[in-house]
Design a binder for this molecule. Sequence first.
Ligand SMILES: [Zn+2]
Length: 385
Amino acid sequence: MSRHFIGKLIIVALALIVLVGGGSELYAHRHFKETIVKGPGVTRVAKLSDYFAPLKGTINDTNVFILEGSKPGGTVLVLGGSHPNESSGIVAAVLLVENAKVDAGKLIVIPHINRSGSTGTQPSSGYPLYFHIKTDWGERTFQMGDRVTNPLDQWPDPDVYVHYPSGQLLSYVEIRNVNRTWPGRANGTLTEKTSYAAMRLIEQEKVDIVIDLHEAELLYPVTNCIVAPTKDITIATMACINISSEFFDIHTEPSPQNYHGLTHREIADHSSAYPFLLEASGPFLDQPTGPKTESLIIDGKDDFLLIAGKRGLLFTDYDESGKPMKMRVGRHLTTVQALCSEWSSENPDREIVIESPGYEDLMENDVGHYLLNPAAVDPDSVILE
Ligand SMILES: [Zn+2]
């Protein structure tokens, strides 16, 4: 055997070691199943394909948790994971499934509206594959995701994405962003079919309000706010006034009239429901930060953002205490409560009354206190996402 041939064999062997070593972790992440426990308020678990059959068998045929109250009333739909790298939206949705009790009306929760996006992380961004939350009984593991649908599920991207039905032109990658494909298209891409299916759910379940949980950069002006279209600006503003006087700063941002594809625009224009998009400040999403670690997801502390804050470059307050997961999740849960409360006082015949932990509970007890132990419940109550 020549020396050249042996050299080639060594290169091939090294390449295989890298491929198998790195690839097996990505394969395991792609096929990881998050565990969710059906809490005491869950009365039914449906699939998104129950509302639009062509979604059946796809990765985005996600779980739909339904919590019905003993008294009739209105219906609220809460979406987590529109952007699966915005972790607190998913965790807040899971906390609702495991803890909320509905007195009047109906709460529908989809923790992973774009399940595909949770099966891969952002290329070249150095994301951790998972994050772990310590609980009273151990820990729970969550998948870290990307902002958009995994290209393994929808590919190739066009040069320019033409939004349906507005015809608006957007950057190519936005065709895999579920918060740019509303109101969806029955014969479109997987991402368009996903928002189309959710629109059918909104119609069939007679949803009154939709609350879409997100995180935003501290360097981005639309942060720590409720984005609302004109028709629900009064409810959003009243909720902000009440929350700001009691708990934390939050304000209302108007949904741009001509920016298409987003929940707060298209659900308002294509259904009778009132959509609200919540943004909590998430330091992990900012660009000038240190390494993208699990602790940045959980604690939200970063030295570069501290410097940026001292120079007045941030659109929110920021100090050594960071923006931890408990704060972001608590903000979301209290804002959901406040919006339901405002909705109910304006629409007493479609009242929605939900009990769930809120901001103060989360700040005192932390997130893990509210995550149930899958090993301690009836196996029928454990749902794999
Ligand atoms: Zn987002």
